[in-house]
Design a protein. Structure first.
Length: 272
């Protein structure tokens, strides 16, 4: 039984090919929204694990359509402004509006800061931070012109709240996402747009599986440093659905006076 009512609304989800993004896309549809599902759907050079494929994105479309809602799929690398702008235009052409932006796309990799090359820094920071700004810029313009308010929810991380040994570029990008969230909340409040972030601990997705497979012990040390050994509640990894619940609430009328907030879904990790 759906708790929230997104009937007549349109959600734009980045990184929707699999993992948390797919979970968010399907849940918005289950609650009545049509969904624009976007993903880079090709490799990023410095990624230490394979990203979603076009087949993965097609599977998300199938799952959204199975709910009876409409889906529009676009290959979008969130680092590329022209691709973001074109996808936002296509979404408005197709559905007439966007109500919710779920800024979820991101990559993670493991390298000490003093050993990191510039390309690895740039590709991760651009995917996790610049991409969220570009999507907020173009969807935010639509919100202002459309005049019916909106919701932006971005995926931060516990690494937005504490440092990350072995993954400092990721922590820097996710801390930056908090600054972006608070600043957008101030700038868009006059247009009845709320802007928030969710900060999950480790989540059971292909990102974690992929990096454990390719980077083994080094990645395991980082994962347990970031989450498993520090969670207060008895879970090593939470489920994508646990993060989706926070997205649904922050996207709903129930959270209409919540803006500029960072909501941990971290099994108590940052309470310590
Ligand atoms: N899995 C975790 O433990 C964890 C914990 C905290 C936060 N996060 C964050 O959650 C979000 C979702 O990650 P996930 O766990 O579902 O991992 P995932 O790898 O399964 O999904 C991420 C998706 O983003 C896409 N993507 C990556 N870079 C992109 C780009 N430049 N443009 C467009 N799409 C791109 C990938 O193709 C993939 O489909 C990310 O922002 C990640 O940083 C993950």
């Amino acid at each position: 039984m759906p708790i929230y009512d997104f009937d007549g609304q349109v959600a734009f989800v980045t990184g929707a090919g699999r993992g948390q993004g797919r979970s968010h896309a399907v849940a918005y549809a289950e609650h009545g929204a049509d969904v624009v599902v976007t993903d880079v759907s090709r490799g990023i050079e410095t990624s230490q694990y394979p990203l979603a494929t076009e087949g993965d994105l097609a599977e998300t479309v199938r799952l959204v359509e199975d709910t009876g809602q409409r889906a529009l799929a676009r290959r979008v690398d969130v680092r590329e402004e022209s691709q973001v702008e074109a996808a936002v235009e296509a979404a408005v052409d197709e559905f007439g509006r966007i109500d919710i932006l779920a800024n979820n796309a991101g990559i993670w990799n493991v390298t000490d800061l003093v050993e990191m090359d510039e390309r690895r820094w740039d590709e991760l920071v651009d995917s996790n931070l610049k991409g969220a700004w570009l999507c907020a810029k173009h969807v935010g313009k639509h919100f202002r012109e459309h005049g019916e308010g909106g919701r932006i929810v971005s995926t931060a991380s516990t690494s937005a709240l504490v440092g990350a040994k072995g993954s400092g570029h990721y922590a820097a990008a996710k801390h930056g996402l908090v600054g972006l969230t608070k600043s957008l909340a101030l700038e868009l409040a006059a247009y009845d747009v709320t802007v928030n972030a969710v900060a999950p601990t480790g989540v059971d997705t292909p990102m974690i599986d992929g990096i454990l497979e390719t980077e083994g012990e080094r990645a395991l040390a980082s994962v347990s440093d970031l989450s498993g050994s520090m969670n207060v509640l008895d879970e090593q990894l939470v489920d994508p659905r646990d993060v989706t619940e926070a997205f649904l609430w922050l996207s709903s009328d129930a959270a209409r006076y919540v803006t500029g907030a960072v909501l941990p879904v971290d099994a108590g990790m940052t309470a310590k």
